[in-house]
Design a protein around this ligand. Sequence first.
Ligand code: BG6
Length: 285
Amino acid sequence: MREGVHAGTACWIVDTAHAQAAIARHGGQLLAWRPADAAHDVLWLSPLAKRPPAPLRGGVPLCWPWFGSGEGDLPAHGLARTRAWALDDWRLDDDGSVALTLRPETQPVPGLEVIEHLRIGGVLEQTLETRNTGDVPLALTQALHSYFHVGDVAQVEVDGLDGHDYLDKYEGYAAARHQRGAWRLDDPRDPGRSDRVYLGTGGRYLLRDPVLARSLAITSVGSHSLVVWNPGATGGRAMDDVGDGWRHYLCLEVANAVTDRVQLAPGTTHRLSQRVEVQESHATG
Ligand SMILES: O=P(O)(O)OC[C@H]1O[C@@H](O)[C@H](O)[C@@H](O)[C@@H]1O
């Protein structure tokens, strides 16, 4: 564990026999993670990413304490991703993983305390822990906004959503739609793009990528919603920090979003977690 620079941004760098990773001070944002035996980076970081104080496009931005548009002048996806974070503590576990605890240098919301726990090894574990330190109940929406690196988003499939309802941002989250089969970008209802919040989800997802010849197994705890976002060609090119990069990522965001709100009574804690494992496809023949 050392301090360094990754993609031009001040980071904590993990480099062990099991994995490499970079976590930005800006937003406490995991920018890169790659198990030692993985052939490709697991996370996508835009080559066109803006610099702090702008949000960084890629890795795992922390959307907190709200997901999506802010009220009035408040920024999209909350306050955590543009704050400076501090490293509280780190340790090397017996299995060779590095465990880190981070928190914003200044907590952005009075009465709420947010802490990020990361465990970096052959498997990634990430938790956003929120405690209501005040004396009134507070509601929270949030997401681990993972940009997963894929070979070609038009060729991947996501399991774990069949039979679930979703709300579509392109429809103002107005009407529930029903998913049949695996998620694909070429879904005939809304082809070539996706901005959906799947509800009542079970927390087990598989992102199958035939081009990179691997699958990513994602499990979540403390979440009953999954955001699936890719802007497609037209939408991507309209975003100056995405451009043609839209083809190389899919956002699968374990979340508490839209109707999946967390109600935090005074003195209580909520944990939103994900675990990500890379399953390389073995060559045949
Ligand atoms: O550009 P931002 O604020 O990082 O948001 C990126 C995307 O984040 C997703 O979570 C939203 O569902 C999309 O609607 C949004 O475009």
